[in-house]
Design a protein around this ligand. Sequence first.
Ligand code: SF4
Length: 344
Amino acid sequence: MTASFFQFSLDGLKNYLVQHGCNADQARLLFNWHYKKNKVTPCEINGLSTKTKEVVNSYLNFNLPLIDQIQTSEDRTVKFLFSFQDGKKVETVIIPFNQKYTVCLSSQVGCAMNCSFCYTGTQGLTRSLKTEEIIGQFLAAQTWLTLNRPHDNRILNVVFMGQGEPLHNFDNVKTAVEILISQHGLSLADHKITISTSGYLPGLLRWKDEMPSVNIALSLHSPVDEKRSQLIPINKKYPLKDVIPLIEQFPQGKKRFVTYEYLLIHDFNDSEEDALQTAQLLVGTKAFMNLIPFNPFPGTKWKRPSTERIQKFFEIIESFKIPVTIRTTKGDKILAACGQLNSL
Ligand code: SF4
């Protein structure tokens, strides 16, 4: 049985090679070749020793997830259903902006958090994804773009907002991030990567010391614990009073701030009072707010607010000088928008 090349951070690959009698420096050559040049034929790499070639050929594989289904929407959003070796499936979405793409990666098959507004949350957790399955989504999407849209094929942003709670799969997500930002790996800028969490405190407690310096987004959805718990049940165990002060301690650079995601739901959390309380909670923090009008999915009881209510909410937040945007919904016709992903 072979190990996946895509499970290793650069340091992890160095250790693996040393354990197999190779020189650790060869890891960098392999990383450059496979991630930067997107090749899978180690015998062609200049400077690779015979021993390393032998180890790569005998012990490593470069398998990517298979594309089970593809849906494209008029706005050029693409939703993939990827299938892994054990037959489990996740969805991954690429979203176009200015001739480039953001990829929305899944971190788990299903999710244990059971958020009431989320299609994935209705399915429960099947299992967490391995590092190679997370990186595999990126590479398989990139490969598809190169073949099908050769003139606008660059993925420059990564958001962990697909299926799963990324911090409930901390180690695999962290290694995937290390590969994404490694200058010998996929070379993405760290401020172009955002991990979105429901506020899973055990993961947040590890973040400060262990996670590379990428952006964090918190699903806020209500400043009132009673309401937030109806949407995000783990709020009962990990309330905002514990989560927000912790997140605000994370190192923040010039281009880095905490994004607070706020799903606007008709007649539930979209009133002027809700907006005022939210602004009072966040004023003075390094917050950036993202308002997301709810995307209905089959069987949900929640509805999308009117444009006027969305606008009023926006204006109240803005009047507190908190930077705020209303997220344009892309891909909602193919159920590729936030909270709509499925793994069936
Ligand atoms: S919103 Fe995120 S954390 Fe909540 S159930 Fe859905 S996938 Fe899980």
